[in-house]
Design a protein around this ligand. Structure first.
Ligand code: HEC
Ligand code: HEC
Ligand code: HEC
Ligand code: HEC
Ligand code: HEC
Ligand code: HEC
Ligand code: HEC
Ligand code: HEC
Ligand code: HEC
Length: 469
């Protein structure tokens, strides 16, 4: 059975079960489903298929209504005052503000949730979130409540590709409100966060490449918990995945500055952005080498700047974008040594990276000839280790530590280049040794040819003479 067939079968079975439980012999017994087919149909395909309508709405299990009357209710015109009496227990359509408690009736109940292995902290966490606390404190129900992120009668498991909480769909779920200019304007919140996120390295990774390792809105802000993370804790959020970088950043002078915005101070996209435009800054070594080779093939004499831009386009741009935000603290740029120091550091790194790529290119060229460069390839692996270490270590802002890494990288490249020089010199010497041999061979060939000519003259000519005569 295909996935689709299985789902169809499941849906059919569920629909049958709902019909069976809600209205045995639908001819005579009228239930919720008889009149609310649309909701019932959605419901039968949702995670809640086995629940009864009454668990949220109350009302009667069956109604003594004739088919003719049902017909009248169903063909009821909009705005007509022909109301259906749902019974004394019926509590109608839940108000938005009541939804969290309604869902919490089951989802915060350990006994009810145990059989399904579901957590029971969503409601408690929800009340700590920006949404929940606004709802609780001011009764403002335009914030997200459970049904905005999950749906009402069509709630699906997050693994279902159509689920609102599937990581791939979460940005759209949030965008429903967070890209609404009028709504966000009232709260003074930026509407650009969603588009910035979509253009970010994370957004592209998730939405274009389907890589679920990338964070979506709910990864950083929590599904139900306190949001936003706040600058003080943002390092912790980013550090969930970028552990090594976060540890190194913790060593930097900025980590102790309470006004510093942490990772997004530099990576958030700069002054005109809203912390969500996080860009790729680094190319894996393989790609850097590939791009360099491509540049050489297309351009006879690329400048150093072109090379730097090709192999490592963004490292300096990251800081240049962010520069206006640094000025809050680094006011006196002329007297402040910090920024020139950092930019100098980035230049040193760019130089070292360029040297690495050029060495790699040379190694590949030499290796494609007659010389064996296995030893040098092996040695060069060390350079790669240093190269990869360079990007994260600069988060310490520690010139010495970065300097050591740069020196180590350059030293390996120096050594590889020196060995390649030796190999090539050795080859040149061997080529030079070939010169006398070639000279002798040529000379010998010449002598042989001269001899041949002479013999031909001596032997062939008289014959030709005879033939003519
Ligand atoms: C005989 C047809 C009929 C049956 C049976 C019926 N309903 Fe209704 N229901 C209606 C009609 C008509 C309305 C439109 C508003 C009204 O009359 O109150 C309605 C409205 C509603 C509303 C919206 C109320 C509001 O305040 O906007 C809910 C929720 C609802 N029904 C749930 C149920 C549930 C749950 C059941 C079963 C326990 C059920 N209905 C059974 C006909 C029916
Ligand atoms: C898990 C709780 C829950 C269950 C179970 C449930 N509903 Fe609802 N229903 C809601 C909520 C919440 C709303 C209000 C939605 C909103 O604010 O838009 C609602 C709204 C409605 C409405 C009003 C019209 C609309 O769609 O907004 C109808 C009719 C309705 N439900 C029928 C049903 C029927 C029929 C069933 C059983 C098949 C059912 N509901 C089961 C939670 C539930
Ligand atoms: C009457 C109890 C009850 C109510 C009320 C209820 N749920 Fe559920 N819910 C369940 C049960 C039971 C399951 C597990 C179903 C299963 O796994 O078969 C579930 C499953 C879920 C799931 C899927 C969880 C997962 O990952 O497997 C979500 C999401 C969910 N409910 C959200 C809600 C929301 C939102 C509301 C309020 C509109 C709500 N529920 C109201 C009983 C309830
Ligand atoms: C701002 C959006 C949002 C709101 C509001 C929200 N949820 Fe969720 N919820 C999510 C997301 C996203 C997931 C999926 C989490 C994941 O991928 O692990 C989720 C997961 C769940 C699950 C599955 C189990 C789990 O914890 O992973 C349940 C059950 C659930 N939510 C219930 C609720 C209830 C009950 C409420 C209201 C009190 C609520 N949610 C409010 C976004 C929301
Ligand atoms: C139904 C509309 C709606 C949906 C859907 C929604 N939000 Fe919101 N959100 C709001 C409103 C309104 C506010 C402003 C209320 C406030 O500041 O407390 C807000 C505030 C926020 C804030 C800022 C809180 C603060 O205190 O500054 C964050 C962060 C946030 N939402 C994230 C999300 C994420 C992530 C999602 C999707 C998983 C989401 N929202 C879905 C309406 C929504
Ligand atoms: C990689 C982590 C990350 C992701 C992914 C992310 N955010 Fe944020 N978000 C942040 C940080 C960091 C802040 C700033 C924290 C602060 O203001 O204290 C923030 C702030 C916000 C704010 C408040 C903005 C303000 O100016 O007060 C909203 C609203 C918001 N995010 C919504 C979203 C939405 C919607 C998505 C998905 C489209 C999303 N975020 C994805 C980390 C993230
Ligand atoms: C002072 C500005 C600044 C701050 C603050 C900062 N970064 Fe960076 N980050 C950079 C620069 C510049 C690079 C580019 C390094 C390179 O490629 O040479 C970079 C590179 C990275 C990379 C790519 C590293 C790699 O190995 O390729 C990641 C991931 C990263 N930063 C995450 C973070 C995280 C997480 C934080 C917070 C804990 C953070 N950054 C704080 C400036 C900063
Ligand atoms: C859920 C995990 C996760 C979280 C949380 C996360 N990231 Fe990432 N991030 C990734 C993945 C996966 C990549 C892609 C890595 C790659 O392709 O090399 C990435 C890439 C990056 C890059 C580009 C690195 C490069 O090699 O060019 C930067 C910069 C970055 N993240 C910064 C941040 C910042 C800042 C935060 C917090 C606001 C953050 N990330 C939160 C998973 C995460
Ligand atoms: C919240 C205030 C604050 C912000 C914002 C800030 N810095 Fe700093 N920075 C400091 C302080 C304090 C020091 C240590 C005193 C000094 O050297 O001026 C420092 C030191 C530095 C140093 C020198 C570190 C050392 O060990 O000598 C560099 C480099 C630096 N900052 C770069 C930046 C960059 C780039 C930005 C913007 C992306 C930035 N800073 C934003 C407060 C800040």
């Amino acid at each position: 059975m295909t996935m689709f067939e299985r789902q169809v079968l499941l849906a059919t079975v569920c629909a049958a079960m709902v019909l069976a439980s809600a209205g045995r012999g639908a001819d005579d017994v009228v239930t919720c489903v008889t009149c609310h087919a649309e909701q019932a149909d959605q419901f039968s395909r949702s995670v809640h298929a086995l629940l009864k309508c009454q668990e949220c709405h109350a009302g009667d299990l069956a109604y003594p209504v004739s088919p003719q009357e049902v017909g009248r209710y169903l063909s009821r015109r909009y705005g007509s005052n022909l109301a259906f009496y749902h019974g004394s227990s019926f509590n109608g359509k839940p108000q938005r503000a009541d939804v969290p408690v309604l869902c919490g009736n089951c989802h915060a109940d350990v006994q009810r949730m145990n059989p399904y292995g579901l957590r029971t902290d969503q409601l408690a966490r929800y009340w700590t979130s920006g949404h929940g606390s606004t709802l609780k404190n001011s009764g403002d129900d335009r914030v997200a409540v459970c049904v905005d992120c999950h749906g009402v009668h069509d709630i699906l498991h997050k693994k279902d590709p159509h689920s609102r909480t599937n990581p791939l769909n979460v940005p759209d779920t949030c965008a429903y409100c967070h890209s609404d200019t009028a709504l966000m304007g009232e709260y003074d919140l930026p509407v650009e966060v969603v588009s910035e996120y979509r253009d970010s390295v994370h957004g592209k990774l998730l939405l274009e490449q389907g890589d679920s390792g990338a964070p979506t809105c709910a990864t950083c802000h929590g599904n139900h918990s306190a949001m936003p993370p706040g600058f003080a804790t943002v390092g912790a959020v980013c550090g969930q995945c970028h552990l090594h970088v976060a540890e190194l950043f913790a060593e930097s002078i900025h980590a102790s500055q309470s006004e510093h915005k942490g990772c997004v101070q530099c990576h958030g996209g700069g002054e005109d952005r809203h912390f969500h435009f996080i860009e790729r800054v680094n190319q894996p070594p393989g790609i850097m080498i590939q791009r360099y080779a491509h540049l050489l093939a297309s351009n006879a004499a690329p400048t150093a700047a072109q090379i730097a831009d090709t192999i490592h386009p963004d490292a300096k741009k990251i800081v240049m974008h962010a520069l206006p935000t640094c000025l809050d603290c680094h006011e006196e740029l002329d007297e402040d040594e910090s920024l020139p120091k950092l930019l100098g550091l980035l230049d040193d790194i760019a130089d070292a990276e360029r040297y690495y790529v050029q060495t790699a290119d040379r190694l590949a060229n030499v290796g494609s000839g007659v010389l064996l460069v296995d030893n040098q390839m092996f040695l060069f692996e060390d350079a790669k280790t240093h190269l990869i270490a360079l990007a994260p270590i600069q988060h310490t802002l520690d010139n010495e530590a970065v300097g050591e890494e740069v020196t180590a990288l350059n030293a390996v490249c120096d050594q590889v280049n020196a060995e390649l020089d030796d190999l090539e010199n050795g080859l040149a010497t061997r080529y030079r040794a070939l010169v006398p041999i070639w000279a002798f061979t040529l000379f010998f060939a010449f002598v042989l040819y001269a001899k041949f000519k002479q013999l031909k003259r001596d032997w062939v000519k008289p014959l030709a003479h005879d033939a003519r005569g």
